[in-house]
Design a protein around this ligand. Structure first.
Ligand SMILES: [Mg+2]
Length: 309
């Protein structure tokens, strides 16, 4: 095993029922991400500072925690690819929706991979090079990998709606928070594939874990997002304030309760999957995605970026 378990319950702010771990090569991940950040952001910009803050130490490295189950070499590569998407999200989330969508198209264009040197933007060039390396590392999975990234760029910011009901917000937020690329990269990182039958079997469980992931980010990031200059704040605290006419504090406490309920639901759904004679690949995936979701709560609870209240 190339990762260690983390004792999450020593952190007062941590509340997830799922376990967490950290990869042994976390320092290697941090150093690879420093390079990505230098190439993909301008010094002194907000996105540069935010990226450096989230990757400031191996003990609190979000990819080394959430993707601790990945093969070490793959962890470095998948972290670098997702980091470019994260920086892209930081840059575009404060743009007008129309302009943001045209930037998503440009980054998607970089995935053609056959004209990397003609790409003018360092971020697009870096994205293309990293995806090309990942495609070379696992040629059989390459079309799927590129398809998942394209789908993310097509959907994660496809609505400018200001949601006023959780039933509408959750289905959008699962993709918007990057759950489908992250859950794909959990499998890619381990060299694990799930066939159509496997995916159907875990569908409800997977969606429920995606809801937990997105809402947990909302819970911890509300304090830094509430005054963001954007036409589309993506945070369930805001949705709950509108849906129930609440002020911030009770809406945030309600959100924490909703996350705990959703975790319980996911746990029940896991029990159903495990009782249905699942494939070994499903069993491996469930263990890994639990470490992803539990690790995400732990990272948010300890990350310097969110220590503002
Ligand atoms: Mg957030």
């Amino acid at each position: 095993m190339s990762w260690d378990t983390i004792s999450t319950f020593e952190v007062p702010e941590h509340f997830s029922r799922f376990p967490a771990g950290v990869a042994h090569n976390a320092a290697e991940v941090v150093s690879a991400l420093r390079n990505v950040i230098e190439v993909c952001t301008e010094p002194q910009t907000k996105e540069h500072r935010k990226a450096l803050t989230r990757h400031s130490s191996p003990a609190n490295e979000p990819f080394a925690i959430c993707h601790c189950t990945a093969i070490p070499e793959r962890l470095v590569l998948l972290s670098s690819i997702i980091e470019v998407a994260w920086i892209h999200d930081d840059i575009t989330e404060e743009m007008e929706h129309e302009e943001a969508c045209s930037r998503h198209e440009l980054l998607k264009g970089a995935l053609q991979l056959n004209h990397i040197n003609s790409l003018g933007c360092p971020r697009e060039r870096s994205f293309a090079k990293l995806v090309r390396s990942a495609s070379a590392l696992d040629a059989k999975e390459a079309p799927q990998l590129i398809g998942v990234l394209k789908n993310y760029l097509d959907t994660f910011d496809s609505s400018k709606q200001d949601f006023a009901h959780m039933d509408e917000y959750n289905p959008y937020r699962v993709g918007n928070c990057g759950y489908w690329i992250s859950s794909y990269f959990i499998r890619w990182g381990m060299g694990l594939t799930l066939d159509a039958e496997d995916l159907e079997k875990i569908r409800d469980f997977d969606y429920s874990m995606g809801v937990v992931l997105g809402l947990t980010n909302d819970y911890f990031s509300w304090a830094v997002e509430k005054d963001q200059k954007t036409d589309r704040i993506r945070n369930a605290v805001r949705v709950l304030m509108k849906q129930h006419g609440l002020s911030e504090q009770p809406a945030q406490s309600l959100l924490r309760g909703i996350i705990i309920d959703e975790e319980e639901r996911a746990y029940h759904l896991k029990g159903q999957v495990l009782a249905s004679s699942p494939s070994n690949n499903i069993i491996e995936y469930i263990k890994a995605i639990e470490l992803y979701v539990g690790g995400s709560c732990y990272w948010h609870a300890t990350a310097p970026r969110y220590k503002v209240c």
